[in-house]
Design a protein around this ligand. Structure first.
Ligand SMILES: Nc1ncnc2c1ncn2[C@@H]1O[C@H](COP(=O)(O)OP(=O)(O)OP(=O)(O)O)[C@@H](O)[C@H]1O
Ligand SMILES: [Mg+2]
Length: 378
């Protein structure tokens, strides 16, 4: 009878050497890792503290050994959000970003941290290990990059805005002059007045939309994070656009898996993305066109890592040479009545990027366009 290999044996074969022989290697690895590691026992007392943990916190091993971790680090999550019990009982690793801990001499350190359970070779739980990184510098750099990216974009925006606002304003002034002239000559034609007022209304709405988009663009880029269920978000957003589907007699189909895990996101920003994309699809299709919206989770059941949203239309499509420009601020091919501002996709991209997601557009002229978004689950 074939003897079944236990897990440990199998692992040794896969790695190609006996891990237990590698103690110096492991120690070297721990000592030289850039991220700090410390471990606490079941009484939450510190039992292990690496060199990098010393560098980051400013504490020496002797100062922290045997002390309760909350007394040392006074993290802002110590009270309500300590993941100790969750990690211990459910054996689920917990990752936390942007947690401030207190180092030696009251130094505030912004960290990202991962907690996981420590079991010994007999399967007995001994405590919890915490890997953490100082992301203060990273955060500062990220803010600087965001700021300078924004300034660069703002430069482009200024020229575009002047142009975009100037056109409708010229139109409004012309129509108003015509009406004032008729008024002065006491030759008011209600039909002409109605037509002119409608045009003034249309142009004013266009300026309003431009200003709204600009405000969104310059708003804080960091999303306000919470649990967002994209299925619910779609169910809230599609009815808002119902009139537009009806006017163009558009067939809208929704394909959605039963259970879609939540993503970590800013509800109103994500809603804005969906709106922008569906409005683009509506504008791209002819009367009687189709828009298919699909939502699916990616990854093994119970541990899905992404939620994928796809918006597919059978509209005009985008020429290959234009595909590289469509995310640029103020890039638009919509003229006249449709009058696009060219900010919809750049705002969508900016928001998805801030959510650590990806947005991709595939298109064929005359066949249609598919926009795919993937957002990570927490
Ligand atoms: N679904 C689509 N089908 C065909 N072309 C599209 C589609 N989505 C975007 N585009 C092209 O990409 C360009 C940029 O889109 P974007 O949403 O950024 O701006 P816009 O729709 O022109 O104006 P705004 O959204 O600011 O009102 C559009 O002008 C259009 O040429
Ligand atoms: Mg648009």
């Amino acid at each position: 009878m074939k003897k079944r290999k236990n897990k440990g044996q199998k692992r040794k074969e896969v790695i190609g050497f006996d891990v237990s022989m590698m103690r110096p290697f492991m120690e070297g690895l721990l000592k030289n890792m850039e991220g700090g590691i410390f471990a606490i026992d079941l009484n939450r007392k510190i039992i292990f503290f690496t060199k990098a943990a010393e560098w980051i916190t400013g504490y020496c091993l002797d100062e922290v050994l045997g002390k309760k971790c909350r007394d040392i680090f006074k993290s802002d999550t110590c009270n309500e959000e300590c993941p100790f019990d969750k990690v211990l009982k459910k054996n689920i690793p917990v990752h936390m970003r942007n947690v401030t801990i207190t180092g030696k001499y009251g130094l505030k350190i912004l960290t990202s941290r991962s907690f996981f359970r420590l079991d010994d070779v007999h399967g007995n739980t001994r405590g919890i290990a915490i890997i953490f990184r100082d992301i203060t510098e990273l955060q500062n750099l990220r803010q600087q990059v965001i700021q300078s990216e924004k300034l660069a974009v703002m430069g482009q925006l200024a020229a575009g805005v002047a142009h975009e606002i100037n056109n409708p304003i010229n139109g409004i002034i012309t129509y108003l002059h015509l009406m004032l002239k008729q008024l002065a000559e006491k030759k008011m034609d209600p039909e002409v007045w109605e037509k002119n007022l409608r045009l003034v209304e249309r142009e004013t709405i266009r300026i309003g939309r431009l200003v709204r988009n600009l405000l969104n663009f310059s708003r804080k880029t960091e999303p306000e994070l919470g649990s967002v269920n994209l299925k619910r978000l779609l169910n809230e957003t599609l009815p808002v656009l119902e009139d537009q589907f009806l006017i163009k007699n558009i067939k809208i189909s929704e394909k959605c898996e039963d259970e879609i895990p939540d993503v970590l996101g800013d509800h109103s920003q994500l809603q804005q993305v969906v709106m922008n994309l569906i409005v683009n699809a509506i504008q791209a299709v002819d009367n009687g066109g189709c828009i298919d919206v699909a939502l699916a989770a990616e990854g093994a059941k119970g541990s899905e890592c992404f939620v994928a949203l796809e918006i597919k239309d059978n509209g005009v499509g985008i020429p290959e040479e234009d595909l590289e420009n469509i995310f640029d601020p103020f890039y638009t091919t919509k003229t006249g009545e449709k009058g696009g501002v060219g900010l919809g996709l750049s705002i969508a991209k900016q928001i998805i990027k801030a959510h650590h997601g990806r947005i991709r557009i595939q298109s064929k002229v005359g066949k249609g366009t598919t926009v795919s978004i993937r957002l990570p689950t927490p």
